[in-house]
Design a binder for this molecule. Structure first.
Ligand code: SF4
Ligand code: FES
Length: 247
């Protein structure tokens, strides 16, 4: 397949960015999207040019590092698929592809397609520790937990912290991410002692980091590669209200 790429190039946080055009004359349907970018980068390096900076780690859809906007959609055209799990068979000969970094005030561009997602780490940090002695894996399995709660907590725990929800939201809100992280622990018996302090701290931190407010657009849910449900946002709001009334 012959593909034309338009890639956002930006040398640093304060530099002006622009799209640069690259010809990829020999993409195959078996390549992953990132392998295709690897080939483009090898050719740029051979030509003595700067390769395109993009983040990746696991390339298995589990670490959340590979965020980029592909043809206007976070992680590209396929639902519930991270950019690293996207394959070139999703594109056609002659296609033109536009690749950009996450666009959100709280995620400044570091270089090309790489943005600073550390605000998400600081929201998790604001949640603090749990004081319950949890022991090892064997002890955790010995603690009875309602199946419905365990399943819901597991659904929340599948959030990989990629930030696509923020990039998709017209307000640049991190509510879906924060809700998943809050619910993950609040549904477990081990998460109860700090439950209400935790939700307040995490939401306050989210606001301090410059994320926008949630106005129920739902774009986050449809962009999320892990299918984190909007129900978790309703869940967070209920816990936040209880926390405000009880604290
Ligand atoms: S909620 Fe979904 S889109 Fe947002 S950070 Fe988690 S996995 Fe990524
Ligand atoms: S590189 Fe880890 S999720 Fe894509």
């Amino acid at each position: 397949m012959r593909i034309t790429l338009n890639v956002w190039r930006q040398t640093g946080p304060d530099a002006h960015g622009r799209f640069e055009r690259y010809d990829m004359p020999d993409a195959t349907e078996h390549m992953s999207f990132l392998e295709m970018l690897d080939v483009v980068n090898n050719r740029l390096i051979e030509a003595g040019k700067e390769p395109i900076a993009f983040e990746h780690d696991c390339r298995e859809g589990i670490c959340g590092a590979c965020g980029m906007v592909i043809n206007g959609r976070p992680h590209g055209p396929k639902q519930r698929v991270t950019a690293c799990q996207l394959h070139m068979r999703s594109f056609h000969d002659g296609d033109e592809i536009w690749i950009e970094p996450w666009r959100a005030a709280a995620f400044p561009v570091i270089r090309d397609l790489v943005v600073d997602r550390s605000p998400l780490d600081r929201i998790i940090q604001a949640g603090g520790y749990i004081s319950a002695p949890t022991g090892g894996a064997v002890d955790a399995n010995a603690m009875p937990i309602r199946k419905a709660d365990a399943d819901l907590a597991f659904d929340a725990a599948t959030c990989i912290g990629c930030g696509a929800c923020v990039a998709a939201c017209p307000n640049g809100s991190a509510m879906l991410f924060t809700a998943a992280k809050v619910a993950h622990l609040a549904l477990m018996p081990q998460g109860q002692p700090e439950r209400y302090d935790r939700v307040i701290s995490m939401v306050e931190r989210m606001d301090e980091e410059g994320f926008g407010s949630c106005t129920n657009h739902g774009a986050c849910e449809s962009a999320c590669p892990k299918g984190i449900s909007l129900d978790f946002i309703a869940w967070l709001n209920r816990d936040l209200l209880k926390a405000a009334l009880t604290r």
